[in-house]
Design a protein around this ligand. Structure first.
Ligand SMILES: [Zn+2]
Length: 588
């Protein structure tokens, strides 16, 4: 029996080497060079949040398990272990944690002799302090349990708000608690990503076999000389540009970012690169971290065959050419172990349809309406205390140019801008999705139109044709003055998904001479570009029937310019520029 107090401090890895069997042998810390520095910090610090950001199925969950079992045996205290949901928790208990626990006499010595008094698989009634395996999805679990050590397994999958909720419950343990996350890379800006960014950002560095510099072993960016690279030529690519995966992956190699010399993969080489005795180890990436947040990160290239990983990446590239981003996302999160930001891969500046003009340049091809007014429209997105305005010019053959983009603060500024740009009042449209009362008042005062994007596919008109926009309707703005009922504004509905699809198609359309029809100005503000490309159409696998479907995905919260460009497409459709009726009819 080993229930006597430990005569001296026993660290997690030392304890695991003495007590744990993993697979078919004793746990050997030397097999996991990346774990040593992590375990030493976790062993000695209290009142901290720790994050292990590594690929799946390597050692991060194993570390949580050995830490939990070691604590039961050596340093008892209340422990909570969160998986995503109850099923994941039950699976972990059945497949890993309970068998591991039952195999360690030093842990079992801390349970009652009577098996019936030891609790179930998910609530362990150890003598000194209980251990609970919980599902983060369960609000009762998040809010009712408190613990000194809290483990979060793959919290990149947790919904926003769960992690703060779980942590807040243990505030009474603030100075002695430990929160340990084991995760693959999160989405950019979500809670795990924010923790990572405030943390020490300890990145694993290898030591080059050629120059002996301590350097990161990362995936190579196209424009950097270092990193994992492979051949891109007629042997490795099909004539259409897609990858011949089986050929291309065999050319994978690593270029040292310091000396640029080439290293080829083999298991022994990888072990040498990672060898702490040669100087491999973590390098702090954040010069000014929160002293209570410690994260360690390493990618799959440190642990696996580079040729296989490059093959996986090229398969993801081929899938992306066909419109599916899922494999790319997976590779970023789980192989590169970098926060996933769809903007990184869906928009590249050189893909933007930039025209050879600046904002406001005269344009001879601009069309004229029947009444002689120029074919230019101003769409305005209404926020709580400000507006986003997008003006665009159109030609009779559906070419268009960005004329203006600006943030405005008052209704009178919209009128001033309209005047300056020479746009007729009935070519100004305010989006009434937010603060409709204010929109109606402004529209009534300045004779603007208002519009509302709805989820309908098309709207019936008097002539029997269904169109992507509805017929105009009059709206009483309820001004509450004596002339109420004498003043009104005009509004219409439009199909918001249909407008997005039409904008998407238009952005890809080319004229006979190969130039884009829809363009932005050379000097379009970067804020415009960010907003105008804040949504992307993404191909996804249907979870039930496994078929493909497309979905518009918001990549960035500020999508105002995107919405207003959709509105521009509606105005152009109303003028008949985009053959609105025929398309709408075929949609039905
Ligand atoms: Zn080197």
């Amino acid at each position: 029996m080993s229930s006597l107090p430990a005569p001296r401090f026993i660290g997690t890895l030392e304890w695991a080497e003495r007590n744990l069997r993993v697979g078919d042998g004793a746990f050997r810390a030397a097999d996991f060079p990346w774990l040593g520095p992590i375990a030493r910090e976790v062993d000695r610090r209290r009142g901290c949040t720790f994050g292990l950001m590594f690929p799946p199925q390597v050692f991060k969950t194993l570390f949580l398990q050995m830490r939990a079992l070691r604590n039961i045996a050596v340093e008892p205290g209340r422990q909570l272990f969160y998986c995503l949901n109850g099923k994941d928790a039950a699976d972990l208990a059945d497949e890993k944690l309970c068998p591991l626990r039952d195999s360690v006499p030093a842990v079992m010595a801390h349970f009652p002799h009577d098996p019936d008094a030891r609790g179930g698989k998910q609530i362990w009634k150890a003598i000194d302090a209980p251990f609970s395996l919980l599902g983060a999805e369960n609000r009762n679990h998040r809010n009712s349990r408190s613990g000194r050590t809290i483990y979060l397994d793959e919290p990149w999958q947790f919904e926003p708000g769960w992690i703060p909720e779980i942590i807040a419950r243990s505030d009474s343990y603030q100075w002695q608690r430990q929160i340990i996350l084991a995760t693959t890379a999160p989405s950019v800006d979500d809670e795990v990503d924010v923790l990572w960014r405030t943390s020490s950002q300890m990145n694993w560095h290898v030591v080059c076999l050629h120059c002996r510099e301590r350097v990161p072993l990362e995936f190579g960016e196209p424009d950097s000389p270092g990193g994992i690279k492979w051949d891109s030529d007629e042997h490795t690519r099909e004539p259409d540009g897609s990858w011949k995966i089986e050929v291309a992956k065999l050319t994978a190699r690593w270029h040292c970012p310091a000396c640029h010399q080439v290293t080829l993969y083999d298991p022994k080489t990888l072990r040498e690169l990672n060898d702490p005795a040669r100087g491999a180890g973590y390098v702090q990436g954040n010069p000014a971290p929160d002293p209570q947040v410690h994260f360690w990160r390493g990618n799959a290239f440190l642990m696996r065959d580079w040729r296989q990983l490059v093959g996986e990446w090229l398969a993801a590239c081929n899938a992306k050419r066909r419109g599916s981003l899922e494999a790319t996302e997976d590779f970023y999160r789980k192989k590169r172990v970098e926060s996933w930001d769809p903007m990184k891969v869906t928009r590249r500046t050189n893909d933007l349809p930039v025209g050879d003009y600046d904002l406001g340049d005269p344009w001879a091809d601009e069309g004229k309406m029947a009444d002689g007014a120029p074919m230019r429209f101003l769409w305005v997105d209404v926020q709580r205390d400000h507006f986003w305005a997008v003006a665009r010019q159109w030609s009779p053959n559906a070419q268009s140019r960005l004329l203006h983009f600006e943030r405005l603060w008052e209704g009178s500024q919209i009128e001033a801008l309209r005047n300056r740009l020479g746009i007729p009042p009935n070519h100004v449209v305010l989006d009434e999705a937010y603060n409709a009362d204010l929109v109606h008042q402004i529209c009534t005062a300045y004779h603007f139109l208002c519009a509302n994007g709805v989820s309908a596919r098309a709207f019936p008109h008097h002539d029997g044709v269904r169109r992507i926009f509805g017929e105009p309707r009059t709206i009483d703005p309820f001004l509450g003055r004596s002339n109420q009922g004498m003043q009104w504004c005009v509004g219409f509905h439009y199909a918001s998904e249909g407008a997005k699809d039409r904008l998407d198609t238009l952005r890809q359309a080319r004229s006979a001479d190969g130039k884009p029809l829809w363009t932005i100005a050379r000097n379009a503000p970067s804020e415009y570009v960010e907003q105008a490309y804040a949504e992307a159409k993404i191909r996804k696998r249907h979870p039930k029937n496994n078929g493909w479907f497309y979905e518009w995905k918001k990549l960035r919260p500020d999508n105002h310019a995107f919405d207003m460009e959709c509105g521009q497409v509606i105005s152009a459709s109303m003028c008949g520029l985009l053959t609105a009726t025929s398309t709408a009819e075929s949609e039905e």
